[in-house]
Design a protein around this ligand. Structure first.
Ligand code: PRX
Length: 670
C-alpha cells in the first residue's frame, strides 16, 4: 500500500455509533458488554472457549482438555479427546427441533426462475444419499475428495456428505485453470473429483469437466470423476469406468436411506483448502473438525448477530474460505437459513444483488469491497429500485474497504443506519479475527475495528515494504492460539513453521497499524501475495507461469493499486535477447497466465525491461518495482543495487506504458 493510500485511510475521521434498534435482542449488546467479554476471554481463554464450544455444538463425547499446546512446535490442539461430526452438527441435530422444516439452503441460479430450496430435512436426505454414493465408490474416513464445482447446491451437499463420512474435502475454485487445479488435486492426492459439466456465468457456459480431463492425465490418484449435469451440455465426454453422472450415482440410494455419521475426533481434519503461498506451490491449509466448527459457529453468531429468523447471504464463492465458514459451516451449525447465488452481481443487469435481497427478504448481507466498488461505479439508481428494508447487518471481507466504498455501502444499501462489519481474517485463521460486533462497536470506515473476544492481535516490528517512514506501521500477528487456527499445512511442516519463525507467534503476512482507540487499520499483504478483488494470489506462481514462456528470461510480479480490484497485477518482463518487445508477446504472456492459473491472475500491465534491479548477489529487488508500479515518487535507497542505472530506464518505461506508449519510446521534451 502506498504512503498516500495509508494517509487517506488514516485521515478518515468519521465514526458511527452502533444502532439502538435491535440492540436489546443482540447476542452482544453495547460496548461495555463487549469489553467485559473480551477481558474474560483473554484472562481465561480455556474457560471461554470451552463454554462457547458447549453452547454452540453437539459433542458425542466431551473433551479431556480444552487446549493442549506444544509451544516449541507451535502445535495447538483444541478439545482433545472430544468426538463430534460436522455434518451432524450442521443438519441432524436441527431435525429434532422446530427447524426441521425450516429453509436451510436457498439457491438462486443465474436465471431468475432457477430457485431451489432445501429444508433441513431435505438437506439431510440429500447428504445421506451422497454419503452412500461416495461410500459405494469406496470413499472412507480420511480419504481426500476434490470438489471442482460451480456455486450449486450439490457443492454444499458434497461438502457435508464428505464431513459425514469423515472424508476430507478440498474445494477448488471453479475459476482456476489448468495449473491451479492440477497442483491442488496432486497435492491432496484426491481419490475422487466431483465436478459439473459447466458453470453458468453471465449467460455463458464455462466448461469444467472438459477442463478437467487433460489435467487428470497427470493426477494418478483419481479413480473416479462424478459429474453434475448442471448446464445440460450436449457434448460431455465421459470416460468409461472412471466417470459417473451424479444423478445416476445417487439414484441407487432411496430417499429414506439414513447414513449414520462417522464419529470424528475433534482434531481430525475436516477439510483442506489451498491458498497462495510464498513459494510456487499452493499452501494446503488443514482445518480441524472441533476447533474450526466451534470458531465458525461462534463468529457467525457474534459478528453477524445471527438469529433464528434471519435470512443470511454470504456472496463468496464456496471455493474460498469465506464460502466454507460463512456460507456453509457457520450458518448451518447455528440452524440458520443460508442463501447461495450462482450468478454475478452485474448480469443481466447491475441490480442482481438488490433483486435477490428484496426477493428473499435478506437480513444479513456479507460481501466484498470489490463488489461494492463495482456497483458503486454503476450508480445508486440500481439500489433505489428495490426495497432493501429487510437488511439489518452488512458485512465486508477479503480486502481493505476504502472509506469511499464504505460510505456508499452505508448510505445506499444500509440507508445510513445499518452497521457494517468489516471482518479481517484469512484462510489460515478459519474465521473472523478482527471485526466490529454489530450492536456493540463504534465504526470507523476503513478500519476492521478491534480483535474479537479471545483474539490477541498485535502489530509488531516494522513492515519493510511500506512503512519505512512511519515506524508504527508493522506486521499483524496473533499472539495466542484460537480454536479456528489451522491444524497445519498439508505435506509441508516447514511452511507451517514459517508462520511462526519471525516472532514466535502466528504472523499473518499483512501490514497494519493500530490507532489511539486500539482500532486496527489493515494495510494489505506485505509478503509475496497479491490481493486481486479479494482473491489472494501468489506472485511466485504468476512468475512461474510467465517464465514458462520460452521468450522470457526473467519475470517479477508486484501489485499495483487499482480502483475496482483494490490491487491488480503488474508484471515486469525481461525478454530473452533478440525477442522483440511486441504486443503479440504481451498477449501471449497474458494467455499463458490465464491458461495456467486462471483469468483472475491475468496481469493488468506488462512492462518490458532490459534488466531487473538486482543486489550484488543477483536477487531482484521487488520493493523498488512495487514503488514504480504504484507511481511512487521516491523509489527508495538505491545503494544496495548492483545496477542502479536500470531504475531510470524502468521508470521511463513505466511512464510511457501508463501513457499508452511503448516502454522504449523516446522521452518527449517537456
Ligand atoms: O490481506 C488480508 C485480506 O485477505 C487476506 C486473506 O486472504 P484469504 O486467505 O484468501 O482469505 C480471504 C477471506 C477471509 C488477508 O491476509 N483481507 C481479508 N479480510 C480483510 C482483508 N484485508 C483488509 N480488511 C479485511 N477485512
Amino acid at each position: 500500500m502506498s504512503q498516500e493510500r495509508l494517509a487517506a485511510l488514516l485521515s478518515e475521521k468519521r465514526s458511527y455509533m452502533p444502532p439502538v434498534h435491535g440492540k436489546s435482542s443482540a447476542w452482544i449488546s453495547g460496548e461495555e458488554e463487549c469489553e467485559a467479554v473480551c477481558r474474560r476471554a483473554l484472562e481465561d481463554p480455556e474457560d471461554f472457549w470451552g463454554a462457547r464450544a458447549s453452547q454452540l455444538l453437539h459433542w458425542f463425547k466431551r473433551w479431556n482438555h480444552v487446549l493442549v499446546a506444544d509451544e516449541a512446535q507451535h502445535k495447538y490442539r483444541w478439545f482433545t479427546g472430544a468426538k463430534l461430526n460436522a455434518s451432524f452438527n450442521c443438519i441432524d441435530r436441527h431435525l429434532i427441533t422446530g427447524r426441521r422444516n425450516k429453509a436451510a439452503l436457498i439457491w438462486q441460479g443465474e436465471r431468475e426462475m432457477d430457485v431451489r430450496c432445501y429444508t433441513y430435512q431435505m438437506l439431510y436426505t440429500e447428504v445421506c444419499r451422497v454419503a452412500h454414493a461416495l461410500s459405494s465408490l469406496r470413499i472412507r474416513r480420511g480419504d481426500h475428495v476434490a470438489l471442482y464445482m460451480p456455486m450449486i447446491p450439490e457443492l454444499a451437499i458434497a461438502m457435508l456428505a464428505c464431513a459425514r463420512i469423515g472424508a476430507i474435502h478440498t474445494t477448488i475454485f471453479s475459476g482456476y485453470a489448468e495449473g491451479g487445479v492440477r497442483s491442488r488435486i496432486q497435492d491432496s492426492k484426491a481419490r475422487i473429483v466431483i465436478t459439473a459439466d459447466a458453470a453458468v456465468r453471465a449467460g455463458k457456459n464455462k466448461p469444467l469437466k472438459a477442463n478437467l480431463d487433460p489435467i487428470l492425465e497427470k493426477c494418478p490418484s483419481v479413480a473416479h470423476v462424478v459429474v453434475v449435469d448442471h448446464a445440460h451440455m450436449d457434448d460431455v465426454s465421459m470416460k468409461p469406468n472412471r466417470d459417473i453422472w451424479w444423478h445416476d450415482l445417487i439414484d441407487d440410494f432411496t430417499l429414506n436411506s439414513d447414513f449414520p455419521c462417522e464419529i470424528m475426533d475433534a482434531n481430525d481434519t475436516l477439510f483442506l483448502l489451498h491458498t497462495s503461498g510464498s513459494t510456487g506451490k499452493p499452501t494446503g491449509v488443514m482445518h480441524s473438525t472441533g476447533g474450526y466448527l466451534t470458531y465458525a459457529a461462534h463468529t457467525t453468531q457474534w459478528c453477524f448477530d445471527m438469529h433464528d429468523d434471519d435470512v443470511y447471504w454470504c456472496t463468496a464463492d464456496m471455493g474460498w474460505i469465506t464460502g466454507h465458514t460463512y456460507g456453509i459451516y457457520g450458518p448451518l451449525a447455528l440452524g440458520a437459513t443460508t442463501l447461495m447465488f450462482e450468478g454475478v452481481p452485474v448480469w443481466p443487469k447491475p441490480d442482481r444483488y438488490w433483486n435477490i435481497v428484496e426477493k428473499f427478504r435478506v437480513n444479513i448481507l456479507y460481501t466484498a469491497p470489490t463488489v461494492i466498488r463495482s456497483l458503486m461505479r454503476l450508480g445508486e439508481a440500481w439500489t433505489e429500485r428495490y426495497d432493501l428494508s429487510s437488511l439489518r447487518i452488512l458485512g465486508s471481507v477479503g480486502e481493505p474497504i476504502n472509506p469511499e466504498a464504505w460510505h456508499w455501502y452505508h448510505k445506499h444499501v444500509g440507508d445510513r443506519q445499518l452497521p457494517i462489519v468489516d471482518t479481517w481474517w484469512q484462510t489460515e485463521t478459519g474465521g473472523a479475527m478482527i471485526s466490529p460486533m454489530p450492536y456493540a462497536t463504534k465504526l470507523k470506515p476503513g478500519s476492521a475495528a478491534r480483535p474479537l473476544p479471545g483474539i490477541d492481535a498485535a502489530v509488531l516490528g516494522a513492515a519493510e515494504h511500506d512503512g519505512e517512514e512511519g515506524k508504527e506501521v508493522g506486521r499483524l500477528v496473533i499472539r495466542k492460539p484460537w480454536p479456528g487456527m489451522m491444524l497445519g499445512v498439508f505435506n509441508d511442516e516447514g511452511k507451517y513453521r514459517s508462520y511462526f519463525s519471525r516472532f514466535g507467534c502466528y504472523e499473518s503476512g499483512d501490514g497494519a497499524q493500530v490507532d489511539e482507540d486500539g482500532y486496527f487499520w489493515i494495510l494489505g499483504r506485505i509478503d509475496d501475495s497479491i490481493n486481486v478483488s479479494g482473491h489472494r494470489l501468489s506472485t511466485v506462481e504468476i512468475e512461474a507461469a510467465l517464465t514458462s514462456c520460452p521468450e522470457v528470461a526473467e519475470a517479477a510480479v508486484v501489485p499495483m493499486p487499482h480502483d475496482l480490484k483494490g490491487e491488480a497485477i503488474y508484471a515486469y518482463i525481461t525478454p530473452r535477447e533478440d525477442v522483440p518487445w511486441s504486443e503479440d508477446l504481451r498477449a501471449k504472456l497474458r494467455d499463458a497466465v490465464r491458461r495456467d492459473i486462471g483469468p483472475l491472475a491475468s496481469p493488468e500491465r506488462i512492462q518490458f525491461v532490459s534488466a531487473m534491479p538486482k543486489t550484488s548477489s543477483g536477487k531482484i529487488i521487488r520493493r523498488m518495482l512495487r514503488k514504480i508500479a504504484a507511481d511512487a515518487e521516491d523509489t527508495g535507497d538505491t545503494t544496495s543495487l548492483a545496477n542502479p542505472e536500470v531504475i531510470a530506464e524502468i521508470i521511463r518505461g513505466h511512464n510511457n506504458l501508463m501513457r499508452g506508449k511503448a516502454e522504449n519510446a523516446p522521452t518527449e521534451n517537456p
